[in-house]
Ligand binder design. Structure first.
Ligand SMILES: Nc1ncnc2c1ncn2[C@@H]1O[C@H](COP(=O)(O)OP(=O)(O)OP(=O)(O)O)[C@@H](O)[C@H]1O
Length: 283
C-alpha cells in the first residue's frame, strides 16, 4: 500500500550465530496504532531499532516515512519520535528543564508545558528527574518522545513497570496521540494492552511474523469454535466444543426444561490464540 508509513520486506539481522530477525515483512498504515507482540528474544527490539535507524540490517527492504532509516538524515529523524527502554535524562534537571532542553533539538517542537500536561506530569514539572518514581520517569520518556511533534512514534515496551492506573492513563495518552494523527508502533508483552490499544498487531516468534491482523480476528480467532460449559443435575461439570453454540444451548434448554445449570459460553481469548501462535499452548 502506498500510504504505508512503515514498509518492511524480508528483513534479516544475525548476531553471531543467532538469527534475531529472519525474514520479517510488515506494513504499517498512517494513523494506526500497531502492536508487535512476541516472546523474549523473538526479535521485537531488534526490528524496532532497525526502524529507528539505530541498528543496521543484514538484508531486506525497510522504508520509514518514505526513507531508508539506515541512511536517512536529521530532517527524517525529527519526524520520528522514539521512546527508549531506558532514556537517560540528566538527574539534576527538573522535568520542565529536561523537556525544554529536548525541544531545542527539533525544528517545530510542541509546547513543552502542553506536553508535560499531556503525560500527566504538571504536578512534577518543578521536580528533579532523579526524584521521579519509575512510572513517572517513563511518562517523562514519553514526553521526550513526542516533544518534536513526530509523525511516527516508536515505543519499546512502554508500560513495563506501570501500575494499573498509570497503564490506563498511558493508553488514553496513546489514543489521544493517535487521534491527533500520529502513527504509533509499540512492542508489548501485555495481551490486554495489545487488545485495548492496537488497531492491528503482528506476532513475532523466532524472528518471523507468525500472524498479523486485528486483535479480535488474529490467527482465525473470530472464526474459532466456541465451548459451551454447563453442569449436569448431579453437579458434574461438562463442556462441548462447537461451531453452533446457539443450537447446543437450545438442545440443552430442551433437555433441562428451563435454566441450564452453570451455563457459560467461551471463545479463545487473545492469550489462548497468542500461545497457540507461538507454539506454547498447554498440550
Ligand atoms: N547486541 C546483540 N548481540 C548479540 N545478540 C543479540 C543482541 N541483541 C539481541 N540479540 C539476540 O537477538 C535475539 C532477539 O533479541 P531482541 O532483543 O530483538 O528480542 P525481543 O523480542 O525484543 O525480546 P524481549 O521481549 O526479551 O525484549 C535474541 O536471541 C537476543 O539474544
Amino acid at each position: 500500500m502506498t500510504d504505508d508509513v512503515v514498509r518492511v520486506r524480508g528483513l534479516r539481522k544475525r548476531y553471531g550465530g543467532v538469527d534475531a530477525v529472519n525474514g520479517v515483512d510488515l506494513g504499517i498504515r498512517r494513523g494506526e496504532v500497531f502492536g508487535i507482540l512476541g516472546p523474549n528474544g523473538a526479535g521485537k527490539s531488534t526490528t524496532v531499532e532497525i526502524l529507528q535507524g539505530h541498528r543496521r540490517r543484514d538484508s531486506g527492504e525497510v522504508t520509514v516515512l518514505g526513507q531508508d532509516p539506515g541512511s536517512a538524515g536529521r530532517r527524517w529523524r525529527s519526524r520520528v519520535g522514539i521512546v527508549w527502554q531506558d532514556q537517560s535524562a540528566a538527574a539534576e534537571l527538573t522535568v520542565a528543564e529536561t523537556v525544554r532542553h529536548f525541544a531545542r533539538y527539533y525544528p517545530r517542537p510542541r509546547d513543552p508545558a502542553e506536553v508535560i500536561d499531556l503525560v500527566g506530569l504538571t504536578d512534577k514539572a518543578g521536580s528533579r528527574t532523579k526524584a521521579l518514581s519509575g512510572g513517572q520517569r517513563r511518562r517523562l520518556d514519553v514526553a521526550l518522545g513526542v516533544i518534536g511533534d513526530p509523525e511516527l512514534l516508536l515505543l519499546d515496551e512502554p508500560t513495563t513497570g506501570f501500575d494499573p492506573v498509570a497503564r490506563r492513563q498511558f493508553w488514553s495518552l496513546i489514543r489521544s496521540l493517535a487521534d491527533e494523527g500520529t502513527t504509533i508502533v509499540l512492542t508489548t508483552h501485555y495481551l490486554d494492552e495489545a487488545e485495548a490499544l492496537t488497531d492491528r498487531l503482528a506476532v513475532i516468534a523466532a524472528g518471523k511474523v507468525v500472524a498479523e491482523g486485528e486483535a479480535g480476528s488474529l490467527g482465525g480467532r473470530a472464526q474459532a469454535g466456541a465451548t459451551v460449559h454447563w453442569a449436569e443435575p448431579d453437579g458434574t461439570a461438562r463442556s462441548e466444543r462447537t461451531d453452533t453454540p446457539t443450537r447446543t444451548v437450545a438442545e440443552l434448554a430442551g433437555r433441562f426444561d428451563g435454566e441450564i445449570p452453570r451455563l457459560r459460553i467461551t471463545r479463545p481469548t487473545l492469550e489462548d490464540t497468542y500461545l497457540r501462535l507461538i507454539g506454547s499452548e498447554d498440550k
